[in-house]
Design a protein around this ligand. Structure first.
Ligand SMILES: Nc1ncnc2c1ncn2[C@@H]1O[C@H](COP(=O)(O)OP(=O)(O)O)[C@@H](O)[C@H]1O
Ligand SMILES: [Mg+2]
Length: 285
């Protein structure tokens, strides 16, 4: 009987759904709190109860990433892999990989000082979207509409001590309907997709109140999402896609620890079931 472990730092609806489904499917299932787990350089796999496969679900990206490194050190199969988590947790690495693998993605500019960022803005014209290279729920994603706004945002960034704030990620403002698409890929399959429609903000995150509406998984959507998943190394992923008026579907972000309580309401397939079955299958393989 395969043993499934779910590593968490805060139990959201999603972690509860995964635990319940794993139990329902008859697997030996345990939740492991990353915050109370102690690992050292002499640790061995059999000092712990990490089972046959771990699904890493920490809310804190850096906690989850570093915990994943420890699991791989112990030779515990973990979803997602460290490399994948690292690629997806950093929007700049994601953009580079998407482009490198010919996955359509918005044009994105990288600058390494405030002056260079302002120069990009002046040269390319407003608006551009600025994003922190790590983060989610739309936090810190802003439309820079003119030089005054850009000056203010860049100045605030300069005052912060965060090392990642020295890296400026600026993106063309994609012309699209007031919605985007969130798809979930499990291995090489798109198992569910929804539109996220927002009327009061250009950001369409469910965390900001966007409406989830069922979205058909067309061949074009399937192709672009599977290609995007492969570009970052595969696993269980949340792919964010926009419908660019000029270029069709473009992928703007890939989420490593995908939330799915909104999508579960409108999806045809059972999302936690697909995730658990994939985790078990990849552990056995
Ligand atoms: N280049 C863009 N053009 C238009 N809208 C964008 C662009 N980038 C992001 N958005 C909007 O902002 C939301 C949040 O951006 P995203 O890159 O997904 O960051 P987060 O990790 O915070 O979800 C997207 O879901 C989308 O609605
Ligand atoms: Mg997003």
């Amino acid at each position: 009987m395969p043993k499934v472990r779910i590593v968490f730092d805060r139990v959201r609806v999603e972690e509860k759904m995964l635990e319940q489904k794993a139990i329902e499917l008859g697997h030996d299932t345990k939740m492991i709190d990353a915050k109370t787990t102690q690992i050292n350089t002499e640790s061995k796999k059999n000092n712990f109860d990490f089972g046959d496969v771990v699904i890493e679900r920490c809310v804190s990206y850096f906690r989850g990433l570093h915990f994943t490194a420890c699991l791989e050190f112990l030779d515990v199969p973990v979803i997602n892999k460290f490399e994948v988590a690292n690629n997806c947790g950093n929007k700049m690495l994601t953009s580079l990989l998407l482009r490198k693998h010919n996955v359509p993605t918005p044009k994105t500019y990288f600058s390494f000082s405030s002056d260079a960022a302002l120069e990009t803005l002046d040269k390319e014209g407003y608006p551009l979207v600025i994003k922190p290279i790590t983060g989610s729920w739309g936090r810190g994603v802003m439309a820079l509409k003119d030089r005054d706004t850009a000056d203010a945002i860049v100045e605030v960034r300069e005052l912060s001590d965060g090392p990642l704030d020295r890296i400026y990620y600026l993106q063309e403002m994609v012309r699209r309907p007031p919605r985007d698409i969130r798809a979930i890929t499990v291995g090489e399959q798109v198992i569910a997709a929804m539109y996220r429609t927002s009327t009061d903000s250009f950001k369409t995150n469910i965390a900001l109140g966007a409406e989830p509406i069922a979205c058909e998984i067309t061949k074009e959507l399937d192709d672009v999402c599977v290609k995007a998943s492969k570009a970052v190394g595969g696993g269980i992923l949340g792919i964010d896609v926009m419908e660019d008026e000029k270029h069709g579907l473009v992928v703007h972000e890939i989420n490593n620890t995908v939330e799915f309580k909104g999508l579960a309401k409108v999806a045809k397939r059972n999302i936690p079931k697909e995730m658990i079955e994939y985790a078990i299958a990849s552990a056995i393989r």
